[in-house]
Design a binder for this molecule. Structure first.
Ligand code: GLY
Length: 352
C-alpha cells in the first residue's frame, strides 16, 4: 500500500477511532489527550501510546517513593512483556527472520549500561541494567550479551516469531524491500484506540508496527532523574544493524544537573547528531524541554534536506525542574505522562 493510501486509510479509521476514544474516555478519570503542560515530581514520561501502560508499571515504583532508576526499568518491562507488541520478542524480525533487541538504561550518576543485537532474551532492559551494575563495561552485544544474560539467570526463550510477526514477515518477503515506514499514531487519525483500547499498540493497515521503540524518562520524589530505552529496531533491518536506542547519548541520555532525554524514530539519524545528548546540552543552555527537543529535530531536518519527509524522529525530555516537553519531525507522535494527579497522552508538535 502506498504511503498516501496508508495515510488516507489511517485517517478514515482514525476519525472513527477518535470518536470511540472520546466515548471510552468519558468513563476514565483523566482525558486521553490533553496538552496542558505539567511540572513537578515524581513524574514519568514515555514514548507512544504503549507508554500509558508502561507508565503504570513505573508508577508502581515512583508512587511508593521508589527510585527513578527502578521505575524506568519496571516501566519498559511492561512493554517488553507484551508478546503482541512492537518491542520485545513479539516484534518484527530482521530481514533474515530473527528478532534482535537493543536496550539502554542510565541513572542520575552517569552510570549506564546497554545491550545490542541480543536474541532470545525477554527483558533486554534488565540485562542492560546488569551490564551497568555488574560489569566494568557499558555495552555488550550479540552472543556475548546473550551469554552474560544467561549467566545472570535470564531464561533463553525459544526462537519463534509471534503470530503477528510471522504474518508481517511473510508479507515483507514478497518484495524483500527495506523501506521503513514513517512512525505515526496517537493523534486524531490514530487507529489503535478503536480497535484495541486506549493503551494498546497499533499496526499499520499493512500489518507493520508503526513504531518499534519505547523510551522512558522519570524524576523521582528525591528529584533524581533516570531513563530507559528498549527496541526491536527497525523491522526487516539488515542482520546486525543497531539503531540509536542502545547507544548512550543517541537514544538516551541523563545528566542529573540538567535533564533526561530519550528518542524514537529513525535511529540512524538520531545517532548522526548524538540526539539525546544534544537535547540535554540545549537544555543546559537554558532552553525548555520542548525548545531543546525542537533544536535537535531541526538539525536532523537540515541534515536530511528533502529526505526529511521520508523519516520520523522525535525526542521527549524532562528538565531538572520536572518540566516535560517533546518535539517530532512529523505529525502523529505523542507521549504518555503520569504524575500524582495526571495520567494522559500529550500530542506533540512537529516540524513537518
Ligand atoms: N529508534 C529505534 C531504532 O532506530 O532502532
Amino acid at each position: 500500500m502506498s504511503n498516501r493510501r496508508k495515510f488516507l486509510h489511517s485517517s478514515l479509521l482514525g476519525s472513527l477511532g477518535l470518536l470511540l476514544t472520546k466515548k471510552a474516555g468519558a468513563a476514565m478519570s483523566s482525558p486521553v489527550f490533553d496538552n496542558e503542560t505539567v511540572t513537578g515530581h515524581p513524574v514519568v514520561i514515555s514514548t507512544w501510546d504503549t507508554g500509558l501502560e508502561a507508565n503504570k508499571g513505573a508508577w508502581e515504583v515512583l508512587g511508593k517513593n521508589g527510585s527513578a532508576l527502578d521505575a524506568v526499568e519496571a516501566g519498559v518491562r511492561v512493554t517488553e512483556s507484551s508478546i503482541n507488541c512492537c518491542v520485545g520478542l513479539g516484534a518484527n524480525p530482521d530481514r533474515d527472520g530473527f528478532v534482535t533487541l537493543d536496550a539502554s538504561i542510565m541513572d542520575h550518576q552517569f552510570n549506564c549500561g546497554s545491550v545490542a543485537f541480543l536474541e532470545r532474551i525477554k527483558h533486554p532492559i534488565s540485562v542492560a541494567r546488569r551490564v551497568m551494575e555488574k560489569t566494568p563495561h557499558v555495552m555488550l552485544v550479540g552472543s556475548g550479551a546473550q551469554e552474560f544474560a544467561v549467566a545472570e539467570g535470564f531464561p533463553l526463550e525459544p526462537q519463534v516469531l509471534s503470530d503477528d510477526a510471522k504474518k508481517s514477515y511473510a508479507e515483507w518477503l514478497k518484495k524483500s524491500e527495506y523501506k521503513p515506514v514513517i512512525n505515526i499514531e496517537n493523534t486524531p487519525g490514530h487507529t489503535a484506540p478503536a480497535e484495541h483500547g486506549p493503551s494498546a499498540p497499533s499496526r499499520l493497515p499493512n500489518g507493520d508496527w508503526n513504531h518499534d521503540t519505547i523510551g522512558m524518562v522519570a524524576m523521582d520524589a528525591m528529584g533524581n532523574l533516570s531513563g530507559s530505552c528498549t527496541t526491536s529496531g527497525m523491522g526487516f533491518k539488515m542482520r546486525g544493524r543497531l539503531g540509536d536506542s542502545p547507544i548512550i547519548g543517541a537514544g538516551l541520555y541523563v545528566d542529573n544537573e540538567v535533564g533526561a532525554v530519550t528518542a524514537t524514530g529513525q535511529g540512524e539519524d538520531v545517532i548522526r547528531i548524538c540526539g539525546s545528548h544534544s537535547v540535554v546540552e540545549y537544555m543546559r543552555q537554558g532552553m525548555s524541554p520542548e525548545q531543546a527537543c525542537r533544536m535537535a529535530v531541526e538539525k536532523i531536518n537540515r541534515i536530511k534536506g528533502a529526505k526529511a519527509k521520508e523519516i520520523q524522529v522525535a525526542f521527549i525530555a524532562i528538565n531538572k525542574k520536572g518540566e516535560t516537553g517533546a518535539f517530532a519531525l512529523q505529525k502523529g507522535f505523542s507521549y504518555a505522562i503520569k504524575t500524582n494527579t495526571v495520567e494522559k497522552m500529550v500530542e506533540v508538535k512537529s516540524l513537518i
